[in-house]
Design a protein around this ligand. Structure first.
Ligand SMILES: Nc1ncnc2c1ncn2[C@@H]1O[C@H](COP(=O)(O)OP(=O)(O)O)[C@@H](O)[C@H]1O
Ligand SMILES: [Mg+2]
Length: 256
C-alpha cells in the first residue's frame, strides 16, 4: 500500500534549538499514528510543520491526494494548501476556541466548512449540520446556540463535527483532550475512536498521555529533543520499550 503521507528528514530550528531534527516516517491510509514525548520534545512543531503552519528548514513532506496526485507540501502554493486543508485535511486544536468561530452558532460553525468547499443549498447545509451534531453526540436542539454556551467537552466535539462534515482523509490532532476533565476526556476518546474506525480516517495524534496513545494509536513515534528515538506498533513499543527514554516514559518518571 502507498503511504498517504511521507515525511523525510524534516528539520525545524528555532535559533540554536533543533525543535525537529531529521524526522522521517510514513503514514498509511486508515492508520492512527501517535506521537509521544515529554514537553518540549518537538511534537507540536512537527505537527505544525506537517500542517504547513510553520516553514521548515530542511527535508520533505509528500501527500497523495484522493485523486492519486502526489503533492510536495513545502512547495505548495498558499492557495493550493488552503484548498487541501479544506477538502482533505482537518486540524483539531487543543483549545477548541482556536478551531471554532465563537461568535457564530454551532450550526454555522459546521455549515461554514461546507460553504467553503462550495455547498450552497441552505437545506442541505442544515441537514448535514444536524447529522454531524448527532454523530458527535450534541443535542440537535443546540444547533442555534453559540459555542461559548457549551462546555469544554462539547466545544471539542463541535470542533470535530466542523472538521468531519467535509469528510477529511487526514486529521492532525494536538492534545485533543488536553484541557478536559478526566471523565469528559474518556467520553471524547471513545467518540474519536469510534469515528476514526467507522470513517477509516488517518490521524496523526500528538499527546503526552500514554493512555490516549494506547486507546487510539496503531503505531507510535517517541520523540526526544526533536528526534524520533523509537517507533513501531503501539503495543510493542509500550509493552517492550527498547530505548531508555521510552522505558522512562512508560514507567512514568518523565510524564506525570
Ligand atoms: N515559536 C517558537 N519560538 C522559539 N522556540 C520554540 C517555538 N516553538 C517551539 N519552540 C521550542 O522548540 C522545542 C519544541 O517545542 P514543541 O514543539 O512545542 O514541543 P512539544 O509540543 O513536544 O511540547 C522547545 O524547545 C520549544 O521551546
Ligand atoms: Mg505541544
Amino acid at each position: 500500500m502507498e503511504p498517504l503521507l511521507n515525511v523525510e528528514k524534516l528539520s525545524k530550528f528555532y535559533r540554536n534549538i533543533k525543535a525537529c531534527d531529521r524526522v522521517s516516517f510514513n503514514l498509511y491510509p486508515a492508520q492512527v499514528l501517535g506521537i509521544v514525548g515529554e514537553s518540549g520534545s518537538g511534537k507540536s512543531t512537527l505537527l505544525n510543520a506537517i500542517g504547513g503552519n510553520i516553514p521548515i528548514e530542511g527535508g520533505n513532506i509528500t501527500y497523495t491526494t484522493s485523486s492519486g496526485e502526489v503533492l510536495t507540501l513545502p512547495k505548495l502554493s498558499e492557495t493550493r494548501r488552503r484548498l487541501l486543508m479544506r477538502n482533505e485535511w482537518g486540524f483539531v486544536q487543543q483549545n477548541p476556541r482556536d478551531g471554532l468561530r465563537m461568535n457564530v452558532t454551532a450550526g454555522a460553525n459546521i455549515g461554514e466548512r461546507l460553504m467553503n468547499i462550495g455547498v450552497k443549498n441552505y437545506g442541505k447545509i442544515r441537514e448535514e449540520a444536524t447529522y454531524w451534531l448527532n454523530q458527535v453526540e450534541i443535542d440537535i436542539n443546540r444547533i442555534d446556540d453559540l459555542p461559548k454556551m457549551f462546555s469544554g467537552g462539547m466545544q471539542q466535539r463541535l470542533q470535530l463535527a466542523r472538521i468531519l462534515v467535509t469528510k477529511p482523509r487526514l486529521i492532525l490532532m494536538d492534545e485533543p483532550t488536553g484541557g478536559l476533565d478526566v471523565s469528559v476526556q474518556a467520553r471524547l476518546l471513545d467518540l474519536i475512536r469510534s469515528l476514526v474506525r467507522t470513517l477509516s480516517l488517518s490521524v496523526i495524534l500528538v499527546t503526552h498521555d500514554l493512555g490516549v496513545i494506547r486507546l487510539l494509536a496503531h503505531r507510535l513515534l517517541v520523540m526526544k529533543n526533536g528526534q524520533i528515538v523509537e517507533s513501531g506498533l503501539t503495543d510493542q513499543v509500550l509493552d517492550d520499550p527498547q530505548h531508555s527514554y521510552t522505558q522512562k516514559l512508560v514507567s512514568s518518571t518523565l510524564i506525570p
